[in-house]
Design a protein around this ligand. Sequence first.
Ligand code: FAD
Length: 388
Amino acid sequence: MLGAIMTHDAAVVKAREIANRVLTPSAGKNDKAGQFSTEAVVSLGESGLLGLMLPTDAGGLGLGPRTFAAVIATLAEADASVAMVYLMHILGSAIISAARPGTAQALAPILKEISAGRHLSTLAFSEAGSRSHFWAPISRAYRNGDGVRISAKKSWVTSAGHAQSYVVSALAPEGKGPTDSTLYLLAADTRGLLVAGPWDGLGLRANASSPIALDDCQVPSHFQLTDDGAGFPAMLNLVLPLFNLGTAAVALGLCRAAVAGTAAHLKSAKFEHLGQSLGESLPTLRAQLATMQIDTDGLSARIDDLIDHLEKPRETTMLRVLETKAAAGDVAISVTSAAMRVCGGAAFSKHLNVERLFRDAHAGAVMAPTGDVLREFIGKSLLGIPLF
Ligand SMILES: Cc1cc2nc3c(=O)[nH]c(=O)nc-3n(C[C@H](O)[C@H](O)[C@H](O)COP(=O)(O)OP(=O)(O)OC[C@H]3O[C@@H](n4cnc5c(N)ncnc54)[C@H](O)[C@@H]3O)c2cc1C
C-alpha cells in the first residue's frame, strides 16, 4: 500500500472509513476524559494518510491541498480533536519535507517513517512570551559545536507527549529583529524536552495541546530545517496557507456535524401531546436549521475558492488565505451556537454531541493567527500598511 498511487477519492473514502470505525465511537468518551486517541493515529498511519502530502519518492501519497482539506473535514465531522492532530502533523511533515538541502540524508529516514505511518509530527511555535504572535519567538538558538542549543517555553503544542518529533521555532543565533527565526526539528526523546503541564481545554479536549519546555536542548545542524533567519518566510509561505485551509476544513466538518446532529434531533424528539416531532411542529426551528445549512454550504464554497487559489496562485491568494480562516472561525461558532439553541435543553444537558461541537468550534478563532489578528492583517493590507 505505501508508496502506491492513491487518488483523491480513495483518500477521502479511507478517511471516512476511519472516521466511522474509530473516531465516531470514541469521540465523546475521549472528549470527556481529555484522552488523546492513539488508536486514531495508528489507523491513519496504517491507511497511508500520515504521508498524504509527502512526495511519492519519499513513500508519500503526493496529494495536494484539495485532498488535505477533504480528509480533514471528514475527520472533523467525527472528531475535531483528531482532525487537529492530523492537521498539525501534515504541517510538520511539509516543513520537514521542504527542509534545506544539507539535511536530506538525516531527514530521509524520518520521511520514510512518516510515510510508513509510524511517525507523528507537530508544530511548536507559540511561546509564553509572545503569546499568539507566533511569528516572533522570544527564545533564541545559541551556537554550540556542530549545532545549537535552545531553551524555550512553548505554550501550546498539539500532540504534546504523543508526537515523535516537534518542529520548533527560535530566533536565529545572529538574528537581529523579532521575526529573524529559524526552524529546527527536535526528536521527542531530545534531552531537556519535557511536556510541562496537563491539557484541560474547553474544547479540542482530546488533542493533548499541552505546553512544552525546552531546557538547553542540543540540536545538531542536520536537524536545522531552514537557513538561519528563514523560519519566518517558511511560516508565511508554507505553514500559513495550509494551516488556514486546514483549520477552515475543521470548521466545515464541525458545521456539517452540527447540521446533521440538529436535523436528527428535530426528527426524533417529539411533542407527544401534539403528536408531532420538533421539526414538524416548529417553523422557527426549521428556519434556524436552514440558516445553519446555508452558512455551512457558504463556508464549503469559500474553502473551494481558497483551494482553487492555492492550486493556481494569483495576486489575491494571500488575501483568500487570511479571509478563509477568519470567516471559518466565525461560521463554526455561529452554526454550532444555533445548534445549541435549536436543540435546547437536550444540548445544554450534554445529551447530544452538538455541545462538544460548540466547544470545539471555539478553538478555531483563538488558534494563531487568531480571527482578530487576521482582520488586522486584512485591514492593513487593504490600506497598504506594512503587516509586521
Ligand atoms: C487547542 C489549541 C491548540 C494549539 N496548538 C498549538 C500548536 O500545536 N502549536 C503552536 O505553536 N500553538 C498552538 N496553539 C496556540 C495558539 O496558536 C495561540 O498561540 C494561542 O491560542 C494564543 O492564546 P493567547 O491567550 O496567548 O493569545 P493572546 O495573544 O494573549 O491574545 C488575546 C486576545 O488578543 C487578541 N489579539 C492578539 N494580538 C492581536 C492583534 N495584533 N490585533 C488584534 N487582536 C489581537 C487575540 O485575538 C485574542 O483575542 C494552540 C492553541 C489552542 C487553543
